[in-house]
Design a protein around this ligand. Sequence first.
Ligand SMILES: [Zn+2]
Length: 111
Amino acid sequence: MTVDQRLTAAREYLGYARQVKVADLPELALQRMAAELRRQLGQVLALLGEASEVLASALADAADYREQRATKPCATCEATASDICPDHEADFDLSDSYLALAAELGIEVQR
Ligand SMILES: [Zn+2]
């Protein structure tokens, strides 16, 4: 089952579970529903964990790439009084914004 299929299945089951009147269900049906909700939640949490790891790696790579670009001065950098041209300054800003996004998302980035 693909990630998209798992998320769709979880959304559909949650939609169904929200519409069910719990008081009308026999105990066995409630136990089955609780088990299915736990199973679906476990799958979604696992997917979030995997996505978080990939995102952390991608943001670290992007931040490193921009930082490396920014620290290699070009002719325009050397011709400016501040020793950094707008393009290279933008690279620093992008690197910072990638790390800030990771922090906002609570994702630990290894660098
Ligand atoms: Zn430059």
